[in-house]
Structures are given as structure tokens and as C-alpha cells.
Design a protein around this ligand. Structure first.
Ligand SMILES: [Zn+2]
Length: 102
């Protein structure tokens, strides 16, 4: 293997390490409830979607979503709505008129 051929496997390994258990915190998750069951999300069922920590009720839900993101439009729509809501919040917070402006 050339050094170049090693780069991709190592990069993937680093990515896997970052998304492994214990790295994500449930209190930083975008959602509180599983998009599938409506149950509370579980600390052992977190993953990353569009750069956000998202949660599911159990690892089986999470693993299925993580392995088939492109084929799970309902789950993505659920998270996309929440992500869009955080953008709206950030925008309105950034554009509040200062009280001294009047
Ligand atoms: Zn679930």
C-alpha cells in the first residue's frame, strides 16, 4: 500500500472514532423524541445528521437511519424541520433591534 492508499482508510477510521459511542451527548441532541416511535431518545442511539447530533429511541432505529439515510425521507424531513427551526431562531436573535435604537 502506498501512503496515498492509506489515507482514505485512516480518514474513515478517524471519522468512525468520532461518531463512536460516548462522543455524542444526549443533552446536545437536536431532538427529544424518536422520529419513528415518538419515544424519548436514548443516549446509546445518537448519530450525526447534517452536522447535528440527532437521537433515536434505540440503537436499531439509529443504525437503520445511519445506514440508509438516502432512503429514509420521513426521518430526514423530521430532522430538517428541527434544523430549519434552529436557523430561524438564530436569525431572529441576530436581528433583534437593540432597545437603545428607538
Ligand atoms: Zn425509534
Amino acid at each position: 500500500m502506498t501512503p496515498r492508499a492509506l489515507f482514505l482508510p485512516l480518514a474513515l477510521l478517524a471519522l468512525a472514532a468520532c461518531s463512536g459511542p460516548g462522543y455524542h451527548r444526549i443533552d446536545e441532541a437536536l431532538n427529544d423524541e424518536c422520529p419513528r416511535s415518538g419515544k424519548r431518545i436514548s443516549a446509546d442511539a445518537l448519530t450525526i445528521y447534517r452536522g447535528r447530533i440527532v437521537g433515536f429511541c434505540k440503537p436499531e432505529c439509529r443504525d437503520d437511519f445511519a445506514a440508509h439515510v438516502g432512503e429514509r425521507p420521513e426521518d430526514r424531513a423530521f430532522f430538517d424541520r428541527l434544523i430549519a427551526a434552529t436557523y430561524v431562531e438564530a436569525y431572529s436573535e441576530a436581528h433583534v433591534e437593540p432597545a437603545t435604537a428607538r
